[in-house]
Design a protein around this ligand. Structure first.
Ligand code: FES
Length: 153
């Protein structure tokens, strides 16, 4: 963790970047209590400041999550294009509810506000990849592709 921290100057301005870096490098895609303490020590700010930043932004998680984070948009333009039924489809496909992680630890399903991709609504992101013009069929293909890529590793 020290190596990751040292990529950034120990200033409060770098807090968000540091939290991103630590979360991205965590095998369970979250910020551990230990990581938050180390960040507070490194920057020299109270742990409560680090905690409140980490819990304020929805992109950070204090709970362990899957290897892949699915964020499906539930803002009005995507809802108008059927995002609701896609959320249901994803829940059925993965056997989890929104906010949960699949038993094999592969996926965590989350909802999000607008991803800036309303032109291709309904849209979602898996990790850093954006997917638009979603349908049930396309969802199934995408999930299969991500699973197969995992298995090939
Ligand atoms: S409303 Fe869903 S991407 Fe903008």
């Amino acid at each position: 963790m020290k190596k990751l921290l040292e990529k950034y100057a120990p200033t409060r301005e770098n807090l968000l970047d540091i939290l991103h870096e630590l979360q991205d490098n965590d095998p369970q895609n979250h910020l551990t209590a230990e990581a938050l303490r180390e960040v507070a020590d490194y920057i020299g700010i109270p742990l409560s400041d680090v905690m409140s930043t980490a819990s304020f932004y929805s992109m950070f998680s204090l709970q362990p999550r899957g290897r892949h984070i699915i964020r499906i948009c539930e803002s009005p333009p995507c809802l108008l294009m059927g995002a609701d039924s896609l959320i249901t489809a994803l829940q059925e496909m993965l056997g989890v509810k929104v906010g949960e992680t699949t038993e094999d630890g592969a996926f965590t399903l989350e909802t999000t506000s607008c991803l800036g991709a309303c032109g291709v609504a309904p849209a979602m992101m898996i990790d850093d990849e954006l997917y638009g013009n979603l349908s049930r069929e396309r969802l199934a293909e995408i999930i299969d592709r991500v699973r197969s890529a995992d298995e090939a590793r």
